[in-house]
Write a protein that binds this ligand. Sequence first.
Ligand code: UTP
Length: 308
Amino acid sequence: MADRSQRRVTKAVVPAAGLGTRFLPATKATPKEMLPIVDKPAIQYVVEEAVAAGLSDLLIVTGRNKNTLENHFDRNVELEAALDAKGDTERLRRVREAGVTADIHYTRQGDALGLGHAVLCAALHVGDQPFAVLLGDDLIDVRDPLLETMLRVREERGGSVVALMQVPREQASLYGCAAVETTDEPDVVRVVDLVEKPEAGEAPSDLAVIGRYVLAPAVFDVLTKTEPGRGGEIQLTDALRTLASSAEHGPVHGVVFRGRRYDTGDRLDYLKTVVRLAAERDDLGPGFREWLKEFVGGEHWELGEVKP
Ligand code: UTP
């Protein structure tokens, strides 16, 4: 029988143990999830998103360099005392905000054996209940809520839910890609197959899996039996493929997301994210936009090159 348990999702897992090789050397001693997006590390946006969706029990899967991550969400008593002594209440508020009102736990992924393996590291903490997974370097704009919709779809339809985004066909090979069937609800599809990073021309659709999942606990059993796939890593996509075709532990649905998403683990996307979010800020925005217009329209640019 399909897993249609109405149990509410209360736990979120945030994998943050990847090697971040695309961002070396910045990520040699700092997890990429800690890179600042304007003035907050990427993972803080992700934690805030989970809390806003009602998930207050969080497990962050850390790798080497876990200390900066744990310290960020912990109190910094000396810093708080120094700001307090100076009467700098605004900065004090922002420092305290980092310790968001969530119950944050940590577990260690010894070797970066893939996203599927990172999720498997959460099995003990999650237990036998559905849970959310939010990738720590994948930001969903707070103005375009996605997780809430996914949680509703899970409650109504059971099984597991993935987030999908339309991408140009030539980019499909960078993602996990889904073959889907429509349902009675616009932008909610039934996933019938998944391929991790398909070869050019072999993608089953232009729908790519992005970094939000609501998973049935059956995924843990499947992951223990999932052989390393693409890149020698245990792929979450491969486990989801098994769930999608399982009468007992499916179905897998997809919510097609049409909002703003920022892949901060990719250098070009990272730059675009910082510029966009800084330009939209009330405090920094006006001055930054003015400079940006001058910079882009100014004499620095000639034949697409920036003059020193
Ligand atoms: P990515 O594939 O983007 O991370 O994984 P990566 O391997 O660190 O990236 P590059 O290609 O080397 O730059 C997506 C998410 O899964 C986590 C990452 O930290 C990221 O949040 N992840 C990945 C793990 O926690 N463990 C792994 O073994 C792999």
